[in-house]
Design a protein around this ligand. Structure first.
Ligand code: FAD
Ligand code: SF4
Length: 470
């Protein structure tokens, strides 16, 4: 009789920098598994016949198979399995919300802690970085095809679509507006959550597949989508993200030292304000900072402000903790570092000093009513609860919407009422012949993995179209 495997219901913990130390530096917070820890965690996996984890992965990674390879210590095989479906594994392993995807559907979650799939993914990707010869074998042996595809935007959606098309043999050019490739992965998510050399390593991998990246190319200004097609490209995939910030629209919002999170994070990350004095990027971080919003962007902004020297940093959010859209791990990390959560609170107006700088924000308390159309309980102001918080910097992190530059310069692109480009969800096709779209530009601000999933689906459909199969 074979002995039944005893299931360990607890995860192998991941080592992290201690809160009091990490709040003073921009180094990565989570340090990653060592080999023996990764093998131990992988060996908790019971290799289910009906593996729930697979259903939760938007890019269809063969999760039990790559975990099995780790458990057996066969890292090259784990790399092969993972990278055949995911070209940006080191990024996904760090920032994807696995807790509401593959880990939520892992069968072990019904009894105890699900397998730490994200941490294992990160381990494999980092192992490969340390053993670069393996990646040489990942390029595939596709026959090159005499067709050109242009990809607009080099965020996760654009990079994934470009990589998949290059693996299929197409000549792919990415046209990127900024002077650096990577989209939000480079200019938005801070170094302490996603080190930029990891992102650059994965961009270099995409380039090694033959993808050309042209920087400083703002489509809609330097050339239109129609001009790209006239230039001989057989298809265009649009992945320009949703980078236009939303504001509170309350009195005093034009005072000095009130930033959109986009601007604050771009100055911090892309323009490297955190490397002062090596980079002398202007940024004002006072002693007391208020960040408005409850998502990942708000957490990142507050934790950057703390690391840039602020003494008191508030997250001001109008709902309760349960409704907060930020990843739980990140809001916990923020709180451990000393960020003050001022929940069920909404700003009413900013108050300025004689020089036109913000000096306080007046807020009122909220309570939760019935669920609204988003399914979350509607926040309702409590009359007569106004109070003042003194601040010297404010960061508005309410979300973003698509920039209209491409739709307004492209004839025949149908839009939704939110200004996103209308697409067929299964294929990414737009209303315009030869033009596909995916990522935040099609869905509104979402996640890295959803942009990657859209890039993958569009690549498959572009291939079918160019091969005359659809
Ligand atoms: P983007 O990443 O926005 O990339 C679009 C690219 O297109 C940019 O490089 C832009 O410069 C370029 N572009 C724009 N317009 C043009 C043009 N006209 N011509 C040429 N190029 C153009 N998601 C998670 O899953 N986990 C997280 O932890 C997480 N944290 C986040 C933290 C922050 C601060 C932010 C801002 C977002 C976060 N997200 C997170 C969301 C995630 O980053 C986005 O959903 C994802 O990056 C969208 O990918 P994308 O490819 O559609 O667009
Ligand atoms: Fe392993 Fe969980 Fe997937 Fe089962 S569902 S194969 S335990 S990761």
């Amino acid at each position: 009789m074979t002995e039944k495997k005893k299931i360990n219901l607890n995860r192998v913990p991941i080592p992290k920098q201690k809160p009091l130390i990490r709040r003073g530096n921009f180094n990565e917070v989570a340090l990653g598994y060592a080999e023996e820890q990764a093998i131990e965690e992988a060996n908790r996996c019971i290799q289910c016949k009906k593996a729930g984890c697979k259903e939760g992965c938007p890019v269809n990674v063969d999760i039990p198979e790559f975990i099995k390879a780790i458990g057996e210590g066969d890292m090259p095989e784990a790399v092969r399995i993972l990278k055949s479906k995911n070209s940006l594994a080191g990024i996904c392993g760090r920032v994807c919300p696995q807790e509401i995807q593959c880990e939520m559907t892992c069968n072990l979650a019904k009894k105890g802690a699900p397998i730490a799939i994200g941490r294992l993914e990160r381990y494999v990707a980092d192992w490969e970085r340390a053993h670069p010869l393996v990646s040489e074998n990942q390029k595939g042996n596709c026959i090159s095809k005499d067709k050109k595809v242009a990809v607009v935007g080099s965020g996760p959606g654009g990079l994934t679509c470009a990589a998949d098309l290059a693996k299929l043999g197409y000549q792919v050019t990415i046209l990127e507006a900024l002077h650096v490739a990577g989209g939000v992965l480079m200019y938005g998510i801070p170094e302490f959550r996603l080190p930029k050399d990891i992102v650059q390593g994965e961009i270099d991998y995409v380039k090694s597949l033959g993808v050309e990246i042209k920087l400083d190319h703002v489509i809609g200004k330097i050339a239109t989508v129609d001009e790209i097609l006239e230039d001989g490209y057989n298809a265009v995939f649009l992945a320009p993200g949703a980078g236009a910030p939303m504001f509170l629209n309350i009195p005093g919002e034009n005072l000095s030292n009130i930033y959109s999170a986009n601007e604050f994070l771009t100055r911090t990350n892309l323009m490297k304000a955190y490397l002062f004095p090596e980079y002398d990027t202007p940024i004002k971080v006072g002693r007391k900072v208020a960040v408005f919003g409850g998502g990942n962007v708000a957490m990142d902004s507050s934790r950057c402000a703390l690391r840039l020297g602020a003494e008191e940093v508030y997250i001001i959010y109008r709902r309760s903790r349960v409704e907060m859209p930020a990843r739980r791990e990140e809001s916990e990390n923020a709180e451990e570092e000393g960020i003050i959560f001022q929940l069920l609170t909404n700003p009413k107006r900013f108050i300025g000093d004689e020089q036109g700088r913000v000096k306080a924000v007046e807020c009122y308390e909220m309570e939760l009513g019935e669920p609204d159309e988003s399914g979350r309980r509607r926040p309702i102001p409590k009359p007569g609860t106004e109070f003042i918080i003194e601040i010297d910097t404010a960061i508005v992190a309410l979300g973003t919407r698509p920039n209209p530059i491409i739709p307004s310069t492209t004839k025949g692109l149908e839009l939704t009422r939110w200004g996103t480009i209308k697409t067929d969800e299964a294929t990414g096709r737009t209303s315009k012949e030869k033009v596909w779209c995916g990522g935040d530009m099609a869905t509104g601000a979402a996640t890295v993995i959803s942009a990657m999933g859209a890039g993958k689906r569009a690549a498959a459909d572009i291939d079918a179209y160019l091969q005359g199969k659809s």
